[in-house]
Design a protein around this ligand. Structure first.
Ligand code: KG4
Ligand code: ZN
Length: 333
């Protein structure tokens, strides 16, 4: 079964074709990072307009790379939410219409479900059930994944997402947008022990997160210290250590509660070097295993949408003719 995947929920236009027998046949991506960088964050209207420009040429490119025509596909999957409404509507409108034109089923995909299934695209996929740590620019969630389509939300961020905390802290350290990878690189020059940031919400039970205090803590630390490169690196390190440590503490708790010994991490922040190292050490100690998507499939991409769409199509799900985007859409629904 061959499915086209279309991702336009934020600032990446991602297109891919997934075949249930042969795996990924093609994937193409256009990142809008340069477009939004000048503004220090995503400008929704510019994002929508750029998706309109890119989506069809990228679909053409993916079909060409896979050596096939649209009519040979068996489904079109697109991100229907959550995300920026204007950006989502581009992928939803184009995806639903292509499926209509080619007379094949359309599949509305939940962006976070696609992220959590992304490790399944790898050669060594995680065995079900597993615990999923979803860390992106818009979400931080711990999800109990019993089977494809059977998810229980165990905890989530009550304010900023982990990626958002990375981006905001990067901004005040004078790094560009998005700043996750840049802070991670700067932290490597940091000296441990100079600053110690709090581990929010770890001293009480539960699996929820709160990251907004960390950027405030970073701001206060920046203001109270000399403005030199070494200080900025030391602050970056203290910040990264606090985020990673907090995520590890909550993962450990969730693994204890569920009794699971398989963990996956997905979403943009799961590309983070320090987080991957911490998760690996933690799972080694527990005699468990941790799985990730390859770094390019941690951030937004079309491959995870095509894959998730293919799973739903195989389970007999498809979308009626309605063109509907859901900017807020809890995965449990
Ligand atoms: O999953 P994603 O592409 O988009 C959303 O669904 O939100 O995640 C983007 C987020 C950004 O906040 C970015 O700064 C963060 O992922 N990110 C990282 C790294 N690479 C991307 N954060 C920390 N370390 C990284 N290496
Ligand atoms: Zn995402």
């Amino acid at each position: 079964m061959r499915v086209l995947g279309i991702e336009t929920s934020c600032d990446e236009t991602g297109i891919a074709i997934y075949d249930s027998e042969q795996g990924l046949l093609a994937h193409a991506l256009h990142s809008q990072v340069d477009l939004h960088n000048t503004y220090g964050g995503v400008v929704p209207e510019l994002a929508s307009r750029d998706h309109i420009r890119r989506v069809i040429p990228l679909v053409d490119q993916a079909l060409k790379d896979a050596g096939m025509r649209g009519e040979e596909l068996e489904g079109v999957a697109y991100t229907a939410g959550p995300g920026l409404v204007g950006a989502l509507l581009v992928g939803v409108g184009v995806g639903r219409s292509l499926a209509y034109g080619w007379n094949i089923p359309a599949i509305a995909v939940h962006h976070m479900e696609a992220h959590l299934l992304a490790p399944m695209l790898e050669e060594d996929p995680p065995p079900l059930p597993f615990l999923a740590l979803l860390v992106s620019g818009g979400h931080t969630q711990l999800m109990q994944v019993n089977a494809v389509g059977d998810y229980v939300l165990l905890g989530e961020s009550l304010d900023d997402a982990a990626g958002e905390a990375f981006d905001k802290t990067a901004k005040l350290l004078g790094l560009g947008y998005p700043g996750g990878a840049a802070i991670s690189a700067l932290a490597e020059q940091g000296r441990p022990g100079r600053f110690k940031f709090p581990r929010p919400m770890c001293d009480r039970p539960g699996l929820d997160f709160s990251f907004s205090g960390l950027k405030t803590h970073a701001l206060t630390t920046v203001k109270q210290n000399p403005d030199d490169e070494q200080t900025r690196a030391d602050i970056a390190l203290a910040f990264v250590e606090a985020v990673v440590d907090t995520l590890l503490i909550k993962c450990r708790r969730a693994l204890d509660e569920t009794g699971f010994n398989t963990l996956i991490a997905a979403g943009g922040v799961s590309a983070n070097k320090q987080l991957r190292q911490g998760l690996r050490e933690m799972m080694n100690k527990r005699d468990g295993q941790v799985f990730y998507p390859r770094p390019e499939f941690c951030t937004d991409n079309g491959a995870m949408i095509a894959y998730a769409g293919c799973q739903h199509l195989q389970a007999g799900h498809s979308q009626d003719l309605t063109i509907a985007a859901h900017p807020r859409w809890p995965l449990a629904e």
